[in-house]
Design a protein around this ligand. Structure first.
Ligand code: PMP
Length: 422
């Protein structure tokens, strides 16, 4: 494998190697990347999560503050005094752990209150808490999708949904492509017990939004159910921050909605919102829920963050002002930001080596972004992925815009479609 053009995927199962040989070979590659400053699995912790973060990345000039564009803590609620206080009060009252899985004695009042609050937030009757957003997606599909069922999934949905459907009947449709979805629905009509159409609200790599009105109408016309993960939309999209369901006013049309407490809600955890019968079924059928401990009392941090969505709408407005300013700045330089309509803003590069080079130039300039490449996106679609926070200031954003302005004089950043690298 040529390390210069390799991706993590190439090391999953190289021909003829044992598990330990694979690990050793992958370690060589990780060392290669680390020496070049290309590994984003860095030791953080010099300063807390925020619009800037101090890091000491070898080769980049010692400890210095970086403008942080890698966090999904969109409102920076993880640092909000009331959110921190809620967690500390809960720990004082309940301790640090819940001690058991929910079905054998780990389901506490604070879990139930949070589940009720999440359901109410989306004007629905029932919700269920899981320990991560990843688990919420995978556990839901692992429990619901059975042998005679089918999942039709947008090919850009998050890895956790793909994981949930992997061992069962599933087909993909081209990203947000309504004609292709209809083709899939027609092909499968009448052949399965249940058909689920699975989408994300906001897509995590392009930051674009599902055509949910058309998708829901079509799915329901063919007797299929809609499953939507709105991890990146909740708290950000919609006048009151209810996410993509609010944008389309489809609260009662999305059969199953999942989300996370780890992004806008500044904590850790996941949830599923659905009918009371379905939620009860999942609570007693989902192995990830039945045989795994529940969230710790500190999860009430997320409960406070949910309140803040309504109590501090100016945070959402500040985030949107940042999004508009930053996006138009990038576009005015001729950079390709794709179809984003959220706080996730990519700059498409479409060439792996150039993506690494640009990332390195950004680090030198004191900017921490994510170089995103296969398998997170297709091989031809490498990009610099950035996410904005409500607490980024104009000088932070100007620093990034100026850096791109400088970089583009040295590198042709956005490749033409015809020059995309395989
Ligand atoms: N869904 C989407 C769309 C995501 O981007 C992510 C994580 N980045 C998840 C789910 C998983 O959420 P969590 O980090 O809470 O496990």
């Amino acid at each position: 494998i040529d390390f210069n053009h390799a991706t993590f995927k190439d090391f999953e199962n190289p021909e003829g190697m044992s598990a330990y040989e694979r690990a050793a070979y992958f370690n060589e590659y990780l060392d290669f990347q680390q020496e070049r400053g290309q590994l984003n699995y860095r030791l953080m912790g010099l300063t807390p999560s925020g619009p800037t973060i101090d890091m000491d990345i070898p080769g980049y000039g010692g400890r210095k503050p970086y403008v942080c564009l890698v966090s999904n803590d969109y409102m920076n609620f993880s640092q909000h005094p009331l959110v921190k206080k809620a967690a500390m009060d809960a720990i004082r009252r309940w301790g640090t752990g819940s001690g058991a899985s929910p079905a054998i004695g780990g389901h506490y009042e604070y879990h139930q209150e949070l589940e009720d609050k999440i359901a109410r937030f989306f004007f629905r009757d029932a919700a269920m808490l899981l320990t991560t957003g990843y688990t919420a997606n995978s556990a839901t599909m692992l429990s619901l999708l059975q042998e005679k069922d089918l999942a039709i999934i947008d090919m850009a949905v998050h890895a956790s949904m793909h994981e949930g459907v992997r061992a069962k009947n599933s087909v993909t449709f081209m990203h947000n492509n309504i004609e292709h979805l209809e083709k899939r629905l027609k092909e499968s009509y009448g052949k399965f017990q249940t058909v689920f159409v699975i989408v994300d609200g906001v897509y995590s790599q392009d930051g674009d939004i599902a055509k949910l009105d058309q998708i829901a109408a079509l799915a329901h016309a063919y007797g299929a159910y809609v499953v939507m993960d709105d991890a990146h939309g909740t708290g950000v999209i919609g006048d009151t921050g209810r996410g993509v369901v609010e944008l389309y006013n489809l609260y009662d049309k999305i059969d199953i909605m999942t989300g996370t407490l780890s992004k806008t809600f500044g904590h850790l955890g996941g949830y599923v919102v659905a009918s009371p019968e379905l939620i009860r079924f999942l609570k007693f059928q989902s192995r990830q829920h039945l045989f795994s401990v529940t969230s710790s009392p500190a999860v009430v941090a997320a409960s406070k963050a949910i309140d803040l969505i309504d109590e501090e709408p100016d945070m959402r407005e500040a985030l949107w002002e940042n999004i508009r300013y930053f996006k138009s700045g990038l576009i005015s330089m001729g950079l390709d930001v794709g179809t984003t309509e959220s706080a996730i803003i990519p700059v498409k590069v479409r060439n792996l080596a150039k993506t690494h080079e640009i990332n390195s130039m950004l680090l030198h300039a004191g900017i921490y972004a994510t170089p995103s490449m296969y398998p997170a996106v297709s091989k031809k679609d490498s990009r610099i992925r950035m996410s904005l926070m409500a607490t980024h200031t104009r000088p932070h954003l100007d620093k990034v815009l100026n850096a791109f302005d400088d970089i583009r004089t040295k590198i042709d950043i956005s490749q033409k479609e015809s020059e995309r690298q395989e």
